[in-house]
Design a protein around this ligand. Sequence first.
Ligand code: 3UK
Length: 542
Amino acid sequence: MSAHLSLPHTFNAATHFIDRHLAEGRGASVAIECGDERVTFQDLYERVNRAGSALRDRHGVRREERVTLLLLDTPDFTTSFFGAIKIGAVPVPVNTLWKAADYQYVFNDSRSRVLIISKALLPEFEKIPRAELPYLEHVIISGRAGVHGGSRVHSGSGVHSGSEDPLYLSDLIAAGSPELEAAPTNKDEPAFWLYSSGSTGAPKGCVHLHHDMVVCAESFAKGVLGLTEHDRCYSVPKLFFAYGLGNAMYMPLAVGATSILFPGAPTPGNAYAVIEAHRPTLLFSVPTSYAMLLSHRREAGPDFDLSTVRLAVSAGEALPSALFTRFRERFGIEIIDGIGSTETLHMFISNRPGAIKPGSSGVEVPGYEARILDDGGQPVKRGEVGHLYIKGDSICAGYWNQHEKTKETISGHWIRTGDTYFQDEDGCFWHAGRSDDMLKVGGLWVSPTEVEHVLVQHAAVQECAVVACEDKDGLVKPHACVVVRAGVAATEALGAELQAFVRERLAEYKRPRWVEFVSELPKTATGKIQRYQLRDRLSARG
Ligand code: 3UK
């Protein structure tokens, strides 16, 4: 299936995902629920038009220009994303758990002139010295002054130089024109970017095209989940993540379903409260979060009510079969595990409702082909482990300004996922680990070298290695092996201090959950740390 091939040459994704609902008579249905707020398809259409015209007419945003979105999950995310797309601009959602240095990199790499940011994220953003952001001109704030507990933005701090008053997205939307014609973009033109992290070097901007979201909605949302307009989608992983973006934004929008958005922290207590209040039919999450839901119980009274959920979906890292079983036993709900990536936008291999093989990733999603190749590029025998390559129409055009990395990853129709896999006698695919040192922690990337570089900045650390270690649920978390400098006492207190040291400098999920002091690290003849040896040693210990 080549879903996009049936799309006209001139195609704007906003027309398909937003405007179409009015023509189909869905204007009064609810597109988004967020707390007490209900946004109908008619409201969403108008907001998108207003945001798009204000960006274009008031801020001079032109076609192909990137607009960075540093937004929590609220209707403003959907509005900003499709407002930008409708005028032919290119929204770039960014991980809201990152730190100032990460933001600085992506704002400059994408050369964004306009940033739309949630009020609660301003303090982290304002740590970036203004002089370090040569491209940024306008900062538009989502969330009213005084709302969400934030303070007013200080004039003169961060980017708000001189007497310029802070700009609010709500004012822009109120002042923008409710009429907006979609820019006549090409179906193969860049529509949005998503950043993907690698084991070395800075994050890479994956350039996605106008047809990509349509392909994923057709293949996975309709083809695997059987999503209809009667569904209500709730994704614990946030919209900045390629997985969340599909789950709770463009997949429900593809069929006229309702998306349930929640801007707060994805704690089990919050997730259960959202489920009970908004009654989703589809629940999307990551294994770490399913494990947290399973560990959480109500203090008294009946168990949490998940009776509206017809199906749960897991991705981001492999779902251990024990979690699948425990979740089904407790709630009577099956979790289908599937694998996707930022580069392919959404799932390419997945289990099927009613035909699940727990522990496996399932089989190809309609529209995608998979190959498992050996180091020499030849297909492996059935049952043998090799490198997974995927073909499908939602693969990004390439990495922005990283031609070598693009060529290393994408070749013709095929993309190298960086995962090793084997296929069993039934054709099911089983994840066998990464071919690089990258860790998936709670579904998010952690580069061991990035954490090591922070640890060695601490005065007590001689050298260190960060490797994957499984917790009690069989889920990977970072483990640091540290060699201390001569004369330094390797105490428990030092371990805690090193964890705090990392937490101050990197996103919280990157913090080593364990610090182990060792006398030396295994190295190759050329002095390169052999992380796999440490990893094997840890898993042998169990
Ligand atoms: C790993 C999995 C085993 C794997 C994603 C669904 O995770 C997503 O995108 P990312 O770019 O990471 C991709 C990498 O994560 N992975 C993801 N799912 C699984 N490993 N089993 C799984 N079920 O290493 C993959 O290459 O952050 C997931 C939909 C869209 C996505 N972007």
